[in-house]
Design a protein around this ligand. Structure first.
Ligand SMILES: Cc1cc2nc3c(=O)[nH]c(=O)nc-3n(C[C@H](O)[C@H](O)[C@H](O)COP(=O)(O)OP(=O)(O)OC[C@H]3O[C@@H](n4cnc5c(N)ncnc54)[C@H](O)[C@@H]3O)c2cc1C
Length: 400
């Protein structure tokens, strides 16, 4: 029977960053188990690839601290490892007085969190940055950047392997059992013992945690985010990155424009309930997972709110009717037309919902004597992954 000091389940940016920092802090024998044969197949490789400096998050929150520090550290990491990363800056556009009031909140958060920003008070000022965008005010944050998240994940993987971490791809952890001391993992290929466990399994983290009695008050509800790509002849509609002013009640940032490091401009994501944790197409469904979602008290409570029901309906429409998605895109750039948008990739957010029906907005980890379960590595989880992984590695290194 193989034994490792630390078994990390999940080779996404959180699991790999945790492994990286564990190699820097300890001499422990570390293994990462990833169910896919290739890395970055889920959230860490299917996102907008935007580094969000912490203006979106309340001062003194972990989210603000991780996002602000994460943006700066990730840029340095990308420079050191030849990962494409462009500091384009982001424009957050307000279209109504109500949104403009929320821009004031974002500006004061930027101030408190030490994030550079500029307040733009007219459409003319907005158009000096983005000639095709329309709004009444905006916040411009020059530190925001666009990064190739798949290359980042692979760079982390190469680095940890050079530091003697065993990376088992194609090893799905099917069962986790608590032993008198440590854990036994049954994977699709083998059985392995480990003294400490880090559960960073993204969309499946709640299922694995619950096998050892952790996180039973929560369930992961998958929200798909779909993207369209702007045709190359119209990609000048967005020079950098254009976001709507986010609704503070929701954990999602809204349909936005992102210029990727390869020069493509993508629009999205919406946030539609996925009929399965890996249901990447709007025609995909996993009936057993769907049954669990619908049967979950927390989900039923979430949908009992009229606001959430309206949001769910609107997002569903954006998924099945391109005209509705185009309308959301036109809100920021009125000149964009349906023909300018081609269907692109999608990603699925692992969004934790509490038994009370709340969308958990902050990162949530549950620590036991010998394990850390990462139950809610929500956006900006990519941006935050270096400090977040370091934080988890410190927790593990301090365990007896
Ligand atoms: C549409 C979308 C847009 C986003 N945009 C941004 C953005 O612009 N900026 C930003 O900062 N963040 C963004 N995020 C959030 C960010 O992508 C995530 O927070 C982050 O990638 C989470 O990383 P992770 O390692 O926890 O999860 P994942 O990348 O999902 O990794 C978990 C890994 O665990 C593996 N796994 C699962 N179950 C098992 C098992 N049983 N055995 C072995 N392996 C298993 C999976 O295969 C997967 O590789 C976005 C997310 C989405 C979905």
């Amino acid at each position: 029977m193989k034994h490792h000091d630390v078994a990390i389940i999940g080779g996404g940016c959180v699991g790999l960053s945790t492994a990286k920092h564990l190699t820097e802090l300890t001499d422990l024998d570390i293994a990462v188990f990833e169910k896919e044969h290739h890395l970055a197949e889920h959230q860490s490789g299917r996102n907008s690839g935007v580094l969000h400096p912490g203006f979106n998050y309340p001062p003194n929150s972990k989210k603000a601290q991780f996002a602000t520090e994460g943006t700066r550290r990730m840029k340095q990491y990308c420079a050191d490892h030849n990962i494409p990363c462009e500091e384009f800056g982001v424009l957050v556009v307000a279209k109504t007085d109500h949104e403009e009031e929320h821009l004031d909140v974002l500006a004061s958060q930027a101030e408190a969190n030490g994030v550079e920003y500029e307040r733009l008070d007219s459409c003319a000022e907005i158009q000096e940055h983005e000639p095709h965008a329309v709004g009444q005010a905006a916040l411009y944050a020059p530190e925001a950047a666009s990064v190739d998240s798949q290359q980042y994940v692979y760079a982390l993987a190469r680095e940890i392997q050079q530091n003697d971490v065993s990376l088992y791809t194609g090893h799905a952890v099917e069962r986790v059992r608590k032993k008198t001391s440590g854990y036994r993992l049954t994977t699709s290929n083998s059985e392995i013992d480990a003294t400490h466990l880090v559960n960073a399994a993204g969309l499946h983290a709640d299922t694995l945690a619950q096998q050892v009695g952790v996180g039973e008050d929560y369930q992961m509800i998958p929200f798909r985010g779909e993207y369209y790509e702007v045709t190359p002849d119209r990609s000048d509609v967005c020079q950098t990155m254009i976001y709507p002013t986010p609704d503070p009640e929701l954990p999602f940032l809204g349909v936005h424009y992102t210029r990727r490091t390869d020069g493509k401009v993508i629009v999205g994501p919406n946030a539609v309930l996925a009929f399965g944790r890996e249901a990447y197409q709007n025609t995909d469904a996993d009936l057993s997972e769907l049954k669990d979602i619908v049967a979950y008290d927390g989900f039923q409570k979430l949908l009992s709110s009229k606001t959430m029901l309206a949001v769910a309906w609107s997002e569903l429409n954006k998924s099945y009717r391109k005209s509705k998605f185009t309308e959301a895109a036109q809100r920021l750039v009125p000149g964009i037309r349906s023909n300018d948008l081609n269907k692109s990739y999608s990603g699925i957010r692992a969004q934790l919902v509490s038994a009370d029906g709340d969308l958990v907005k902050d990162p949530l980890t549950i620590e036991t004597d010998d394990a850390v379960h990462v139950l809610n590595a929500v956006s900006p989880g990519l941006t935050s992954s270096l400090p977040f992984g370091e934080h988890i590695a410190k927790q593990v290194s301090e365990m007896e």
